[in-house]
Design a protein around this ligand. Structure first.
Ligand code: A2P
Length: 332
């Protein structure tokens, strides 16, 4: 039983999902404290039949708090996670601030639950596209090591927070009303369009989101011997990311073997009906805990039967963020 659980960024898209999951999964906590910016201080949010008041985040916010879930951006995590940890609180951080820090475990409970034990006050929640990808890829990798993975993402607005979801909705209304779309948070028109993920580019031409998928996967799989290339794209979907994944295995593997492994894999639901065609869709993944996996087929570009293609969809706010954080807390 936790004495007090704090949610930093409680008014945001992930924070609100975290609160919904706290209630649904019954994480044992005597008290819950909601923290956000001064803009939201005093706002009331319903939880477990009560109304809790949002407090402004400050250096004293973590006294008496034993678990804190951070989802208010990397800057806030860098500033306040060390303060919280020094106050004796375990931080589950949804930002990218500590993910690649060698001293901080990066955990997806279906993949590397044992890594939580090594924490020194902070446990990092991986990037949402990475989490959704590794849930089905890990059990396959354990059965037949993956040598190379090529992934393309179709990422929802929810990944950029509540403001991005509002922007997609507003732009859609404006365009349908014959008005120009007005990009604010997003760099380009989002409604009825798609564009390369709006994170910074590295010298190699890959963006930060793509390199997170490469580096975070290697960290959690505890191997550098897996080659990964990603192309990340934002699509005008409100919630739940989809991904096309091409896998090259060490040994030959058939689609039936993949299905047999994934049938019993935790956090995976196979949606792979060829007639009538019913495959993973973001609208069906939304609000679900499981990552939907389908379009499982042999890669016909190879003649050695070591390639598999699949298409997945997973709720970015849930397994891609808040649910994974709650599952980490459950491990603790
Ligand atoms: P607020 O609503 O007060 O701005 P999202 O990812 O959906 O954009 O949500 C971001 C979350 O981070 C919100 O809860 C937001 O609170 C919170 N946040 C943003 N800036 C700060 C800050 N300076 N201090 C505390 N919380 C912040």
């Amino acid at each position: 039983m936790f004495d007090c659980v704090a949610v930093v960024g409680a008014t945001g898209a992930v924070g609100l999902e975290f609160l919904a999951l706290l209630e649904q999964r019954g994480l044992p906590a005597k008290k819950v404290r909601l923290l956000a910016s001064a803009r939201s201080a005093g706002k009331r949010i319903p939880l477990k039949g009560n109304e809790l008041t949002v407090e402004e985040l400050g250096p004293d916010s973590f006294n008496g708090v034993d678990l804190a879930f951070f989802s208010a951006g990397g800057g806030i995590s860098k500033q306040y996670a060390p303060i919280a940890a020094a106050a004796g609180c375990v931080v589950v951080d949804n930002s990218s601030a500590f993910r690649m820090d060698p001293a901080t475990p990066l955990v997806v409970p279906e993949v590397n639950p044992e890594d939580v034990k090594a924490h020194k006050g902070v446990i990092a929640n991986p990037n949402c596209s990475t989490i959704i990808m590794v849930v089905p890829v890990w059990p396959l990798h354990r059965a037949n090591p993956v040598k190379r993975m090529v992934v393309s993402t179709y990422q929802a607005a929810s990944g950029a927070g509540q403001a991005a979801m509002n922007e997609l909705e507003q732009q859609t209304r404006d365009v349908l009303d014959g008005k120009p779309a007005q990009p604010k948070l997003m760099p380009f028109q989002y409604a009825f369009n798609l564009f390369s993920h709006n994170s910074d580019l590295y010298e190699n031409g890959y963006n930060t989101e793509e390199m997170k998928m490469v580096n975070e996967t290697r960290k959690m799989f505890h191997t550098e011997a897996i080659n990964i290339a990603a192309t990340c794209v934002r699509v005008p979907v409100m919630r739940a990311h989809s991904e096309s994944i091409n896998l090259e295995f060490t040994n030959p593997i058939t689609p039936d073997e993949v299905r047999a492994i994934l049938k019993d894999a935790p956090g995976v639901k196979i949606v792979d009906q060829r007639s009538p065609q019913h495959f993973p869709m973001p609208i069906e993944a939304s609000g679900q805990d499981d990552v939907l996996v389908g379009r499982i087929r042999q890669d016909i570009s190879r003649n050695d039967n070591r390639g598999i293609e699949m298409f997945i969809a997973g709720d970015q706010l849930r397994k891609g963020a808040a649910l994974n954080g709650i599952q980490i807390a459950e491990l603790l």
